[in-house]
Design a binder for this molecule. Structure first.
Ligand code: URA
Length: 446
């Protein structure tokens, strides 16, 4: 008995010394990182200890070899997909997190309708950003936790399948991701790179296109940080023998007009039916074209035309419906989006003066959506899928005093006023029009 409690104490002391080392800015060894990841999963490291180490990593960073060790530890924390079970080229796209970014819901069916296989592992909401898994779960019955056999069967039958981190694939990412979401430890280059690449490498993709967001709504606020993150992930993909490219894209304003789970699915359906916002449509085509190009379909111009045609012809919409059906979701709401359950309360935010929307603190928009119920405030929360924002004006638009700039949707009356105040102070209105940034800021390849 005494022996057992001594062993337990030694383990606790060990994680404390790992935390202490990182707190002092000292690099961790591969075995310390493995010990941390295994301990998080087997319960020998408590959530509070894991969160303390994540915070120390967030503050003091990790060098390339630590990041690579964490990526491989996440990849190896569960099963690696037996890719031989999937017939065809497996391609994937992954974003580093944005506000209103619903492109995965559009890109996956576009490329699957053109013959690529998409076996995608997506996360839930993270920090102020939304997650594809939550968005899909806003469709009644949609199952993002298929078993490996079910997922592989779905990919072979319909060409695409989107699951979330589970106890099968990348369970360490599921654990660390959930802790990061509620402990303010998301915006760290090594944590983001290892989270994304650990998941991608576990599923055995052949081609990976990364959408690295940059600007006020992204975790990387500057182009320099976005480029460093992109380079780190592209090099990890290449080292693992995957064709990998990264687009650096603008997140200084929300993507599209809808922020929040079912609101974003509805906007994605609009894009798939050829009547969605221009920015979401353009980015979805560009990301799809890169995936097709990496997979050897031809040059960018040709791949772009294929992607455009998949949208125009309705082939991509058909693939989306097939995916929803194959994963148990209610397809009625896809054909008639008015059937999505709506929020109880609509609250309108009005322009405080006339002028151009000069810039927005887009992270604050994400925080407002979370406050309205679209995200989690603590571990285990279930989001309100109908909550979020519908924007009526964005950067560059002229508004008159009193015009509605955003409609807030929630079921929690107490938070509507607060979220409204956040949106007002996050929206800068000026007499002069802003210079508009291009949606695609840069590309990192070989
Ligand atoms: N997406 C992920 O999967 N992980 C992150 O850390 C950020 C975005």
């Amino acid at each position: 008995m005494q022996f057992l409690s001594k062993r337990k104490e030694a383990k606790i002391l060990d994680i404390i010394s790992v935390i202490d080392k990182k707190k002092k800015g000292i690099s961790l060894s591969e075995s310390e990182i493995d010990f941390f990841v295994k301990g998080c999963l087997d319960g020998s490291i408590q959530d509070c200890q894991a969160s303390a180490l994540l915070m120390a990593i967030c503050i003091n960073g990790m060098d390339e070899s630590e990041t690579s060790a964490l990526t491989l530890a996440i990849r190896d924390s569960g099963k690696k997909c037996d890719r031989s079970g999937i017939n065809g080229i497996i391609a994937d796209k992954h974003s580093t997190g944005g506000v209103g970014d619903k492109t995965s819901l559009i890109v996956a069916p576009i490329v699957a309708s053109l013959g690529l296989k998409v076996f995608k592992m997506s996360g839930r909401g993270l920090g102020h950003t939304g997650g594809t898994a939550d968005k899909l779960e806003s469709i009644k019955g949609f199952n993002v936790t298929l078993s490996e056999a079910e997922a592989v069967e779905a990919v072979n039958r319909t060409g695409l399948c989107i699951i979330t981190q589970s106890d099968v694939f990348a369970p360490a990412d599921k654990k660390l991701y959930a802790l990061r979401d509620v402990t303010g430890t998301v915006d760290s280059i090594p944590l983001i790179a290892s989270s994304i690449m650990g998941k991608k490498l576990a599923l055995g993709d052949d081609c990976i296109v990364l959408d690295v967001k940059c600007g006020s709504g992204a975790f990387m606020k500057t182009k320099e940080d976005a480029v460093s993150l992109a380079e780190l992930m592209v090099s990890a993909g290449k080292k693992a023998g995957k064709k990998t490219a990264a687009l650096i894209t603008d997140m200084s304003k929300p993507l599209g007009y809808a922020i929040g789970n079912s609101l974003e699915v509805i906007e994605a359906v609009d894009v798939l039916r050829g009547k969605g916002p221009e920015d979401v449509t353009r980015l979805s085509i560009e990301l799809s074209a890169y995936m097709l190009r990496l997979a050897g379909f031809g040059d960018m111009e040709f791949c772009r035309s294929l992607a455009e045609d998949a949208l125009k012809s309705g082939k991509a919409f058909g693939k989306f419906v097939e995916m929803v059906r194959a994963q148990g979701g209610d397809t009625d709401v896809i054909f008639d989006v008015s059937l999505f359950p709506g929020a109880k309360i609509s609250h309108f935010v009005k322009a405080e003066k006339s002028g151009y929307i000069y810039e927005t603190d887009t992270e604050a928009y994400g925080i407002a959506a979370k406050l309205l119920g679209a995200g989690r405030k603590k571990l285990g929360d279930v989001p309100d899928f109908s909550a979020g924002l519908l924007l009526k004006a964005k950067t560059g638009d002229y508004v008159s005093k009193g015009d509605i700039i955003a409609e807030l949707r929630t079921s929690d009356a107490d938070c509507a006023e607060d979220a409204g105040r956040i949106i007002s102070s996050a929206t800068v209105i000026s007499d002069s029009a802003p210079e508009m940034t291009d949606l695609i800021i840069g590309i990192i390849e070989d």
